[in-house]
Write a protein that binds this ligand. Structure first.
Ligand code: Z5A
Length: 211
């Protein structure tokens, strides 16, 4: 039986990487094989493209070129990691996926939504997550959490207005696709966020997870 594909989305410092590990542990305890992955990256060629995307100055890439790089990485990632794992019955949890392109390159960098949809259709032929968890946090709080890390990446150097469009962009996707997306209040303590995620996954994908 095919596995399930869950994506975690949100702005910087929302807690996606932390909560990916927590959700993976809950699913493993419930007896599922779990593959944890991330974007951009998650596959050798895609990780090489990631290096091009997360380093250098904010204006390094033309927005449409940046969109194509994200989708080049994603096509590799889906074909060589995600789809084979789902086919053998594993559950896949990805820290970011296509909604990040719609939001960062679309709402953030001004690439037309129709252009992104066309690139998506040409690259993924309709492949999409079963469930997307949007971790929502005010921009300043998320950036403060992210700044506490030693490494900062290229996207964290975009200006405050950019990051405001990112938050609104994710919330707009959640409003447009309530069947696929669940918004999680990520301002709460780690354990509370993990519990809310477990409840959303349990309710939406029909799996009983440890409390
Ligand atoms: N990007 C794009 O433009 N287009 C695309 O299509 C894709 C991506 C796929 C990838 O960077 C960048 O690529 C990304 C968008 C762009 N922009 N940035 N930056 P990344 O993956 O390296 O960065 P990120 O996704 O934003 O990750 P992050 O900053 O590491 O945030 P996070 O994963 O959401 O948070 P975290 O690492 O789990 O937690 C951050 C800190 O907060 C850490 O110290 C935690 O211990 C702490 N934390 C987490 N949760 C809590 C709670 N609940 N309370 C208190 N403290 C917490």
């Amino acid at each position: 039986m095919r596995g399930r594909f869950i994506t975690l989305e949100g702005g910087e410092g929302a807690g996606k990487t932390t909560q990916r590990a927590r959700l993976a542990a809950m699913l493993r305890e419930a007896g599922r094989e779990v593959v944890e992955t991330r974007e951009p990256g998650g596959e050798a060629g895609a990780e090489a493209i990631r290096t091009l995307l997360v380093s250098g100055e904010p204006g390094r890439w033309e927005p449409v070129a940046e969109t194509l790089l994200h989708y080049a990485a994603r096509a590799q990632h889906v074909a060589r990691v995600i789809a084979p794992a789902l086919a053998r019955g594993a559950w896949v949890i990805s820290d970011r996926f296509a909604d990040s392109t719609a939001v960062y390159q679309g709402a953030g960098q001004g690439v037309a939504a129709a252009t992104i949809r066309a690139i998506d259709a040409a690259s993924l032929a309709g492949f999409a997550p079963d469930l997307t968890l949007i971790l929502d946090i005010p921009v300043a709080d998320g950036l403060a959490r992210a700044a506490a890390r030693a490494d900062t990446n290229r996207y964290e150097r975009f200006d405050a207005a950019f990051h405001g469009r990112i938050r609104e962009g994710f919330l707009a996707i959640a409003r447009a696709e309530p069947g696929r997306c669940a918004v999680i209040d990520a301002t709460r303590p780690l354990d509370d966020v993990a519990r809310a995620i477990g409840e959303a996954v349990g309710a939406r994908l029909g799996v009983t997870l440890p409390a």
